[in-house]
Ligand binder design. Structure first.
Ligand SMILES: [Zn+2]
Length: 552
């Protein structure tokens, strides 16, 4: 369970920065200067750039030093984190794990007491705010802002906040991508879409740390493309400074969405607007230039923003105007992330009780398995005029588009939650993925026959996991059946705090399910070795004890 044993070594700053760990030359020097040329694909005109001046706030981050023409290298990142931790009694730094190419994934924890033990940090009872940068390696402003935030929490304007909130900062979640200035991890996968399947060491590292320090609020910092396909489709540039979106999957608890939208978001927007920074809902558009639909950030349950929301955190994506424009207006982009994160920390500090109440309601709902499982849905599309900019003159160019709204369902396929799922062939990868999302697994006590609902595959579709709203990979038929299963068969209760993720991972026709992704093999005869147990009425507790052995 989430509050279980310490999964990640939290190490005090001086020891982790010992020379044996950080031997000079142990890491290849980064090639950011060259990469800047390669990735500065779009040159904005002076008239456009004039709309994006620096924000008049002081930010302590290596990539913003005067005269810089490159982003912060891995070596500089390590040095900066070591310096922040060494110079402050509030900050503890550690390593959450390693990337595919062996780079360390650093984190910092800020508490007034400078605590390192997760149990002691949790016992403070303060809201735990997670701030994540650089899941995508070519989106540097968020990562840079995380360093400025760490410095401000350590000894700057945010230090006093550490008495009221705990900040967990992961400045560079995808260090290989950052070193190569590429979106994906070294094997070409998108870590932002991997939070349900957890196939990547980078995602697993984050979730191991989350297991010991469960987030109550997450801010996931990204950047969006300014020109490129927006020019091709609309002959217009992205204009807005900050695009924001909370978790939108339809199974996210309404209490969390309400708190995100009515308490946190207005304060984030007010803080940004006070500095002349514009905001809008996060939206994007497919890479295919023939498809001009503009979509709000999608509802894939494995996209970080949604996974965190389904696991009971107030969860925001924030994106700045930054991909494909090199270091253009970099200070402004970093300042935007910094100001938004500061507003989140301040709001969490001021609204701790409301936050706790919404999270408790969300957890109770999951534990009672009271929501219908939304296995598929279609989104409504409506006309919207986006605030874009003329690429030459820089003037406002309001641009009408067809807009797919992730919060407006045109249709939905739902089914009631079972008491749980019997999974006789669940492999080690699938078990690890579930456990890392806080899922409790049980096993059957003895060989037995069970009356279940079984799934048979009716249709298979090739699904692009990168799609904004991936469709179902499998369509299934349910049939009542009696199955004989050996002792020790895995039973995953649906009614548990991580129950929403259980359902979305194990219902085979949910987008991004384990069976859809191939982590549960479809057998001959199109049967899937996953069974819904105790459909109605649900298993009584005594019956459940009889059937299964839960816990360690
Ligand atoms: Zn991104």
């Amino acid at each position: 369970m989430r509050a279980g044993a310490l999964a990640v070594a939290l190490i005090l700053a001086p020891s982790i920065f010992a020379p044996s760990v950080f031997a000079p030359g142990a890491f290849a020097p980064s090639a950011f200067a060259q990469d800047l040329d390669r990735y500065q694909r779009y040159q904005q005109t002076p008239a456009v750039l004039a709309h994006y001046p620096d924000v008049p706030i002081a930010l302590d981050a290596p990539g913003l030093a005067p005269g810089r023409d490159s982003f912060t290298s891995d070596e500089e990142l390590k040095g900066f984190i070591a310096g922040v931790a060494r110079g402050s009694p509030r900050i503890v730094a550690g390593i959450a794990g390693q990337s595919q190419q062996g780079r360390d994934i650093f984190y910092l924890v800020a508490t007034a007491e400078g605590l390192s033990d997760p149990a002691e940090i949790r016992a403070l009872g303060r809201p735990i705010v997670w701030l994540i940068g650089l899941q995508h390696g070519n989106e540097p402003a968020g990562g840079e802002a995380m360093l400025a935030l760490a410095s401000a929490l350590a000894r700057g304007e945010l230090a006093a906040l550490t008495e009221r909130v705990t900040a967990v900062i992961v400045p560079r979640a995808n260090p290989d991508g950052a070193a190569a200035f590429k979106r994906a991890t070294a094997n070409g996968a998108d870590p932002n879409r991997d939070h349900l399947l957890m196939s990547l060491p980078e995602t697993r590292a984050i979730h191991r740390l989350m297991e010991s320090l469960p987030p109550e609020i997450v801010l996931d910092a990204h950047e969006f493309t300014v020109g490129n396909r927006w020019i091709a489709k609309f002959n217009a540039l992205q204009a807005v400074d900050a695009l924001l979106l909370s978790a939108t999957h339809p199974m996210v608890a309404p209490e969390l969405t309400a708190l995100a939208e009515t308490t946190f978001r207005p304060r984030i927007e007010a803080a940004l607007q006070a500095q002349g920074l514009s905001t809008y809902d996060y939206y994007t558009t497919a890479l295919n230039n023939a498809d001009k639909t503009v979509s709000m950030g999608g509802n894939a349950p494995g996209a970080a923003r949604n996974t965190f929301g389904l696991n009971h955190a107030v969860s925001f994506l924030i994106e700045t105007r930054g991909v494909g424009i090199g270091r253009d207006s970099f200070q402004r982009r970093v300042a935007t992330h910094y100001i938004a994160a500061k507003a989140v920390l301040e709001t969490a500090a001021a609204r701790g009780n409301e936050l706790r109440a919404a999270i408790d309601a969300s957890r109770r709902g999951a534990a009672a398995a009271e929501a219908q499982i939304t296995v598929a849905h279609k989104l409504a599309t409506r006309p919207v005029t986006l605030p874009m900019r003329d690429p030459v003159s820089g003037e406002a160019k309001p641009t009408p588009v067809e807009f797919r709204d992730s919060r407006a369902l045109a249709s939905a396929v739902t089914r009631p939650a079972p008491a749980g799922y019997l999974a006789p062939e669940l492999g080690a990868d699938a078990v690890a993925a579930l456990r890392l999302n806080g899922v409790a697994l049980c096993r059957t006590r003895e060989a037995a026959e069970f009356d279940v609902e079984a799934f048979a595959v009716k249709e298979r579709a090739k699904v692009e996991r990168e799609a904004i709203n991936p469709d179902q990979a499998l369509k299934v038929e349910l049939a009542r059946k009696r199955v004989a299963l050996p002792a020790g068969t895995i039973f995953v209760p649906a009614g548990q705090p991580a129950g929403k993720l259980v359902a979305l991972a194990l219902e085979p026709d949910s987008a991004g399910s384990l069976a859809g992704a191939g982590l549960v093999a479809v057998g001959e005869g199109h049967d899937i070795p996953l069974y819904r147990l105790g459909i109605a009425p649900k298993l009584a507790p005594a019956e459940a004890r009889d059937v299964t052995v839960c816990g360690p």
